[in-house]
Every structure is written in structure tokens, then in C-alpha cells.
Design a protein around this ligand. Structure first.
Ligand SMILES: NC(=O)c1ccc[n+]([C@@H]2O[C@H](COP(=O)([O-])OP(=O)(O)OC[C@H]3O[C@@H](n4cnc5c(N)ncnc54)[C@H](OP(=O)(O)O)[C@@H]3O)[C@@H](O)[C@H]2O)c1
Length: 343
């Protein structure tokens, strides 16, 4: 009994995490297909503790009869194959940037805007937001409800897994190379990433912002509120998994740290860990492999009217990608939005 689910990009960082998350959360799947490029066709990937799945070639894969497609094969590949799958009756939940700002495609974080989901039928595609946007809007939602947010200033500290499996290899190789005097040249990044921070993620836009920074602005407005102003500085740091963010928020009316702390504590998907002492906050290493968005370092920002500052951290492969996508699939089931009943 269950839905037929295809994971597209199943050999990648996000795809492998999707398979793991589907199994862990016991998503009601009757059959799961692993799909990737022709390069991986025939290889095997793990699904749960005991099962292995043979990888199918996306070019030849027929989505007829597949209920849900969890896609993460890169934007240009999704651009071609997500609409093809959608036309074959498969509801696509796409992790790439390809459809996020399409007005006919809902951009959804289940804790924040599950009501946007119902609009998916126009294209049969739902977009998963950017990893750095997801964790921030989860934390902003309860605060916005408390005292309307006017402006957000955010600096990110993003792990290399956000750039794919080859980027993780590059951090590993460069780090080891530093100790054995074998410096490896940057390939995935523009500058050395080992023992360094790079204030550049995705391509440059005309106004000097990078596309990652632009995504945080426009996606936050689409998900949470079109009136919120967001300025971001996105930085890649030599961390394997999980993104950190220093977030500064200006509200329309006063809000105390205690009110903010209580609202965050009551909100779904958030764990507040905020002790004003050595180690009384959560770091990337601790958030890796976990589901929550952790909020620490809550404090008033006295430099602006009604200002609040905090640190938040979350696993970019889980809540930032795979978990959010699986939660969207669960929400589709919960809201009765999948036309086909489980077989
Ligand atoms: N990593 C994150 O934190 C994160 C978060 C949100 C969204 N995303 C987005 O998710 C996508 C994948 O990210 P990732 O980190 O998983 O990258 P990755 O580790 O490099 O994996 C890429 C996956 O896409 C597959 N693929 C590549 N070209 C393909 C093609 N022509 N046809 C079919 N499959 C193809 C690869 O298959 P092969 O192994 O066969 O090449 C692999 O399974 C990107 O668009 C990324 O922006 C990533």
C-alpha cells in the first residue's frame, strides 16, 4: 500500500538524503525508483537499512504511473525533465532553482506556508526553496506573527555540501593537501576553500549581489510576505554540512527577547538553545544530521528601532533540501491533494 515515488538525482548529496529521509519517516511508498544520469545507470544506492535500488537513466525513465517525483538533478536538467514528468501525471517536488520564482509554482516550507500548496495543479510542480532561505523563514515565521517584520539583514556561513558532492571532495582534498604540502588548485570554488571563507555563492547579478543573495530576498518575500525587505551576504565556509546564519531583524513594533524566545519555542521545527555562557549555542557540527532549525544568541539590536538579532543553524541537506521536500510530499497526502489513492 502506498505511493510510487521517484528520486531524481538519487546518487547526489540531496538525492541520497532524500532516500534516507523517505525511509526514516516511513513515507507511505509502495515503490521507490532511484534515477540519475546515464553515467550512474545500473549502479546501486541504499534505501533504508536493508534495501538497495538500481539506478535508472533519467533520459529513458518513464514517469507514467509514478505519483511523486523528488527532483534534485540540477536546474538545467529539471528544466527539461520536471515538465516531462509533470505531463506524465507525476507531481514534481523540485529542489533546484529552476521553478522557484514561477508564479504558477508554489514555493513551500511546510511550517511556514502549507496553504500555498493547493496552487500546484497548474504545472503539477512544487518548488523547494533554497537551503539558506528555508532555515531563515522557519525562524522568521513565528516572529513575523508576533510583530510584523519590516527588514532583515542576514549573513550566511554556508557549508560546502550546498555546492554538491564534488565540492565536499574539494574541501577534503585541499585540507589534506595543506598538511602534506600538496596544494590542490580550486575547481569547484573560485578560491581555496580549505582554511578560508569565500564571499561569493552562485553568479554575480547586475547590482553586485550574488544570485544566492538575491534568492534569499525574493524567496523570503514569496514565501512569507512580499513587503519584507531582505539584504543578504552569502559566504561559503570550510564546513562540510549545515549552514549558519547571523540574522538581524527590524520589526514594526517593539518585541522583547523573552517574547521572541517564547514564540520560537512554541513554533514547529525550531529548537531554541540559547544559554548566555560558553558553548550555550548550537554550531554547524552539532546541527549536521539533525532535522531542526536551531536558534541561539537571541538579543536585542539597540542600533535600530525594534531590532532583534539571532544566530540560526540547520542541516542544509536535510531541512534545507531533502527533509523539506519529503515534508511537502507528506503535506500533499495530509491535505488530500494527490488525486491518485495509494495502491
Ligand atoms: N546541496 C544542497 O544543500 C542543496 C539544497 C537545496 C537544493 N539543492 C539543489 O539540488 C541540486 C543537486 O544538488 P546536490 O548537492 O545533490 O548535487 P550533487 O551531489 O552534485 O548531485 C547531483 C545529482 O544530479 C544528477 N545529475 C546530474 N546531471 C544529470 C543529468 N543530466 N541527468 C540526470 N541526473 C543528473 C547526478 O547524477 P550522476 O551521479 O549520475 O551524475 C546526481 O545524482 C542542485 O540543483 C542544487 O542547487 C542543493
Amino acid at each position: 500500500m502506498g505511493y510510487r515515488v521517484a528520486v531524481v538525482g538519487a546518487t547526489g548529496n540531496v538525492g541520497r538524503e532524500m532516500l534516507k529521509t523517505l525511509a526514516e519517516r516511513q513515507f507511505p511508498a509502495s515503490e521507490v525508483f532511484a534515477v540519475a544520469s546515464g553515467r550512474s545507470a545500473g549502479q546501486e544506492v541504499s534505501f533504508g537499512e536493508k534495501q538497495v535500488l538500481k539506478v535508472h537513466n533519467l533520459e529513458k525513465f518513464d514517469f507514467t504511473g509514478v505519483d511523486i517525483g523528488l527532483f534534485s538533478p540540477g536546474a538545467s536538467v529539471s528544466a527539461v525533465h520536471a515538465p516531462r514528468a509533470a505531463a506524465q501525471g507525476c507531481v514534481v517536488i523540485d529542489n533546484t532553482s529552476q521553478f522557484r520564482m514561477d508564479p504558477d509554482v508554489p514555493l513551500v516550507v511546510p511550517e511556514v506556508n502549507p496553504h500555498h500548496l493547493e496552487k500546484f495543479r497548474k504545472r503539477n510542480i512544487i518548488a523547494n526553496p533554497n537551503c539558506s532561505t528555508i532555515q531563515m523563514v522557519v525562524a522568521l515565521k513565528p516572529l513575523h506573527k508576533l510583530a510584523k517584520i519590516k527588514r532583515v539583514v542576514v549573513s550566511t556561513y554556508q557549508s560546502v555540501s550546498g555546492a554538491g558532492k564534488e565540492a565536499m571532495d574539494e574541501l577534503f582534498t585541499q585540507t589534506r593537501g595543506t598538511f602534506v604540502n600538496d596544494p590542490a588548485l580550486p575547481e569547484q570554488f573560485t578560491k581555496p576553500i580549505a582554511f578560508n571563507c569565500i564571499p561569493h555563492i552562485d553568479k554575480f547579478m547586475d547590482d553586485g549581489a550574488t544570485k544566492e543573495e538575491w534568492k534569499m530576498t525574493v524567496e523570503t518575500r514569496k514565501i512569507l510576505d512580499p513587503d519584507i525587505a531582505v539584504i543578504a551576504t552569502a559566504v561559503r565556509v570550510p564546513v562540510f554540512i549545515a549552514h549558519g546564519e547571523a540574522v538581524h531583524v527590524e520589526f514594526e513594533r517593539p518585541i522583547t527577547v523573552e517574547q521572541a524566545r517564547n514564540a520560537l519555542r512554541d513554533a514547529p521545527g525550531i529548537i531554541v538553545h540559547d544559554k548566555r555562557e560558553d558553548g550555550g549555542y548550537i554550531t554547524q557540527v552539532e546541527a549536521a544530521g539533525e532535522d531542526a532549525v536551531y536558534v541561539s544568541r537571541l538579543r536585542q539590536d539597540p542600533t535600530v528601532p525594534n531590532g532583534l538579532a539571532f544566530w540560526c543553524v540547520s542541516d542544509n541537506l536535510r531541512k534545507g533540501a531533502a527533509l523539506n521536500a519529503v515534508q511537502i510530499a507528506e503535506e500533499l497526502v495530509r491535505q488530500g491533494l494527490l488525486t491518485k489513492q495509494p495502491a
